[in-house]
Design a protein around this ligand. Structure first.
Ligand code: PHB
Length: 391
């Protein structure tokens, strides 16, 4: 009798331990899932779903539940409200996503009290990382993607450039990083245009580019209808035909825009951390899973890889804390974490918590099937974010 009681006690104990382990960890993802930037948000979702399809939906016995919240445009007040609702009402242990810089800036003051890490899948202004020790970023910064372009431009015989950027964080960072790198390589930025974020008519900008006498234009705008409009204007107002060259980070030739840009995009040179065409076994697996999740080959773009790697970081945080809510411990656990991403080798810089990654020079080329792609033609390995130093 005594023995069977002991056995029963042990069995109940094991059951309780088992049920305590089968908890659910909630992850709140904020992104543009409707409106003009919906395809960018859809790519967040595709990256998350691809990661979970390939790596399972639980970590160390903790089930993972993802809760999405729609933030269609840059709107700091709404961003803060959504983050608060996710933390307080939904009791998420992790926040992720965030497409636009002002939305990320609005969330960082909440993290400490909420005891919640934020893993940024896109927002690309360098200074975001200085706002809270609980932020980790798996995307890129515009300073990081842009810096190699200074030398690339002078190597192609360009001495005078006009820059045109969206007038907010990532644009200002891109303008500064390009100027620094280009002038260090012997070039000169003859004029710097800052465009309001809501600019849709780019023909006056193209006129200023033409009038400036520059040999090339350097540009940054946030990917979406904005970039499509800008590159179309460059093609259609005759700048390209006039021999004015074009240099930009890859936001301006995202793969999902290439069909709409058609042959006009062929030859465009951009620098970026990820091309859908990246040739590696990890990317092949990723593209297959993410294409299924996004619902079409022409829809896949870079926010999907930021999200995929962001989920990798969140899974590692859950593993390190064994499901307990301890934001600082979770963040500390991924400092220095290194892995092979679909984009190539990456690691989380222990000091800045921003991703170190290869930046690739790519050229838009047309394949035998008539499809245009970003083809990687040069690699700048293991680039950290130089952004805070350029300010
Ligand atoms: C940003 O707001 O930080 C941002 C958005 C879209 C991009 C790059 C940066 O393509």
């Amino acid at each position: 009798m005594k023995v069977s009681n002991a056995i029963l006690g042990a069995a109940i104990g094991a059951l309780l331990a088992g049920s305590a382990m089968a908890d659910t960890i909630k992850v709140g993802i904020i992104g543009p899932f409707s409106g003009p930037f919906a395809l960018q948000g859809k790519n967040f979702q595709a990256g998350v779903e691809a990661y979970m399809a390939l790596n399972g939906k639980s970590v160390k016995g903790h089930d993972i539940e993802v809760i999405y919240r729609d933030l269609p445009a840059a709107n700091p007040a709404q961003s803060r409200a959504l983050a608060q609702e996710l933390v307080v009402k939904e009791k998420v242990q992790y926040l992720g996503g965030v497409y636009f810089t002002p939305d990320a800036m609005a969330i960082t003051p909440l993290l400490k009290q909420a005891n919640t890490p934020l893993v940024i899948f896109n927002a690309a202004t360098s200074a975001i990382m200085t706002q809270s020790p609980l932020v980790v970023r798996t995307s890129f910064t515009t300073a990081q993607t842009t810096s190699p372009l200074g030398k690339i431009a002078t190597e192609r015989g360009v001495k005078k450039v006009i820059s045109a950027v969206s007038d907010y964080g990532p644009g200002v960072d891109a303008e500064a990083a390009f100027k620094k790198a280009f002038e260090a390589a012997g070039g000169q930025v003859v004029e710097a245009i800052r465009m309001p974020l809501n600019t849709t008519d780019f023909s006056p900008i193209m006129q200023r580019v033409r009038d400036s006498g520059a040999e090339a234009v350097f540009a940054f705008l946030p990917s979406g209808p904005t970039t499509l409009g800008f590159v179309k204007a460059y093609n259609e107002t005759g700048l390209k035909q006039a021999g004015i060259k074009f240099f930009a980070p890859g936001d301006l030739t995202q793969e999902s825009d290439l069909p709409a840009l058609g042959d006009g995009a062929v030859g465009l040179l951009t620098t970026f951390h990820y091309a859908v065409s990246h040739d590696s076994p990890e990317n092949k697996k990723f593209v297959e899973a993410a294409t299924k999740a996004v619902g079409g080959a022409d829809q896949l773009s870079f926010p999907s890889v930021g999200a995929y790697d962001g989920m990798h970081v969140i899974y590692k945080m859950i593993e390190a804390t064994d499901g307990k809510q301890d934001a600082q411990k979770a963040v500390d656990a991924v400092k220095g974490l290194a892995w092979t991403s679909p984009r190539g080798p990456v690691s989380i810089d222990a000091e800045t918590r921003h991703i170190t990654e290869n930046i690739y020079l790519r050229e838009v080329v047309k394949g035998p099937d008539g499809k245009t792609t970003n083809k990687e033609i040069q690699t700048f390995p293991n680039q950290k974010d130089p952004g805070l130093a350029t300010q």
